[in-house]
Design a protein around this ligand. Structure first.
Ligand SMILES: NC(=O)C1=CN([C@@H]2O[C@H](COP(=O)(O)OP(=O)(O)OC[C@H]3O[C@@H](n4cnc5c(N)ncnc54)[C@H](OP(=O)(O)O)[C@@H]3O)[C@@H](O)[C@H]2O)C=CC1
Ligand SMILES: CC(=O)[C@@H](O)[C@H](O)COP(=O)(O)O
Ligand SMILES: [Mn+2]
Length: 386
């Protein structure tokens, strides 16, 4: 029986993790749940999965949570960053699933690593912000990072078929998002509602907007650099609107290996949980003859400059990936609040990277400082733009 601490249980990934656990009750149990503010869903999850520790975003929600739970409920309830860290490092957990969205996922993930927990890593912002620190901590604590992001799970699987020294390229597929094929002129007009309509995946709001700008793919490039210990020049992005080929690796002999599947996050989630075994979850199989045409197209960097910004941040290194990430989070929120336009998301990130591009990046505190400076400057840029 494997015990799981699940961070971000009320989100799109969290709900899928719980669905996998529900399908395999003899293999997995939940020992900790951390969420933000969706207290009614969290309460239902607590009643069903009976964890030892529960964490919520703020103390003020604890009364509401207690009212929804049976009297004398035994689980420990904690809150805030410290609460999420306690849940992440829960003594009885064998693996911690990192599925809080955004920079809020970084500190709990590091706490889990420092407590020696293996990680099911969905929160890509963790590696974008603090790749070196996180990888060093994982190495020091003998912790394995199992990719949950569909592309990285695909790469992880394709890499198992060859030797690292024979790898020549990692090819990340991008769906292109809901605006694939649109001109810059057309992108000027698009609304948050349209941007949230991902063609293939049902995901949280932040990652859905990132997919629409292609910043998601940029974040994934940086995530791949750290997860697979490769140079930026080894990573290529190709637009594949059908999201059937989840990513590929090329070896020096010219062989290209891919992982394919229906777009369902329960597949990479289950693999992160059961590795090296594979589980039959009873999902619909991929029927190649029903997939239609599979396309592979060069990304359009003019219309989707966020992808280029992420490559730049990775190449320049230092605090820039953390600055890119912090500015992007602020810009996505501003776009969702209709304060800036779609194209101004990447513009905000670019301008912030011009302003905040120096600083130490030796420890977590340095990264958090860069993140808060980036957020402050991004807000200032948005005030000018809007
Ligand atoms: N969705 C997907 O298919 C994929 C997602 N990912 C990555 O996984 C992560 C989660 O994405 P997704 O599930 O879509 O996001 P969602 O927005 O659906 O869920 C986010 C989760 O984080 C919780 N949360 C937010 N802020 C805090 C906080 N301060 N403290 C504690 N919990 C918090 C939310 O709680 P609440 O709702 O209760 O406020 C919710 O449980 C992201 O980093 C994303 O990039 C990667 C690949 C695919
Ligand atoms: C499901 C998943 O892993 C997402 O990160 C997905 O890749 C988003 O799709 P895009 O390729 O549109 O960014
Ligand atoms: Mn992905």
């Amino acid at each position: 029986m494997k015990s799981i601490s699940l961070l971000g249980s009320t989100g799109s990934i969290g709900v899928n993790v719980l669905d996998v656990v529900r399908r395999c009750p003899d293999r997995y149990r939940i020992v900790a749940l951390a969420a933000g503010t969706n207290i009614s869903l969290l309460a239902r999850q607590v009643i069903e999965f009976d964890p030892e520790i529960i964490s919520i975003a703020e103390e003020k929600y604890s009364t509401q949570l207690r009212e929804l739970l049976p009297r004398q409920y035994h689980a420990r309830i904690c809150f805030g960053v410290e609460g999420a860290k306690l849940a992440a490092a829960c003594r009885s957990a064998d693996i911690t699933f990192s599925a809080i969205v955004g920079s809020a996922g970084l500190q709990p993930t590091l706490a889990a690593i420092e407590a020696g927990k293996d990680i099911g890593l969905a929160n890509k912002e963790t590696l974008v912000m603090a790749g070196r620190i996180v990888i060093d901590a994982a190495t020091k604590n003998g912790v394995r990072l199992f990719p949950v992001d569909s592309e990285h799970s695909a790469i992880f699987q394709a890499l198992e078929a060859g030797r690292k020294e024979d790898l020549s390229k990692i090819i990340l597929t991008a769906s292109g998002g809901p605006f694939h094929g649109k001109s810059r002129r057309q992108l000027e007009e698009v609304t948050p509602e349209q941007a949230l309509m991902h063609p293939n995946w049902s995901m949280g709001r932040k990652i859905s907007i990132d997919s629409a700008t292609l910043m998601n793919k940029g974040l994934e490039v940086i995530e791949a650099r750290w997860l697979f210990d490769v140079l930026a020049g080894t990573i290529e992005v190709v637009v594949h609107p059908q999201s059937i080929v989840h990513s590929l690796v090329e070896y020096v002999d010219g062989s290209v290996l891919a992982q394919l599947g229906i777009p369902d996050m329960r597949i990479p989630i289950a693999y992160a949980l059961s590795y090296p075994e594979r589980m039959d979850l009873g999902l619909n199989p991929l029927r190649l003859s029903q997939c239609g045409r599979l396309e592979f197209i060069e990304p359009d960097y003019q219309c989707f400059p966020a992808l280029k910004l992420a490559f730049d941040a990775l190449e320049q290194g230092g605090v820039l990936p953390a600055v890119l990430n912090g500015a992007n989070e602020v810009a996505v929120d501003a776009f969702l609040a209709s304060r800036i336009s779609f194209l101004q998301i990447a513009e905000t990130v670019a301008r912030t990277m011009d302003i905040v591009n120096e600083g130490r990046e030796d420890c977590l505190e340095d990264i958090l400082l860069a993140d808060s400076r980036a957020r402050r400057e991004a807000e200032a840029v948005i005030r000018i733009l809007s």
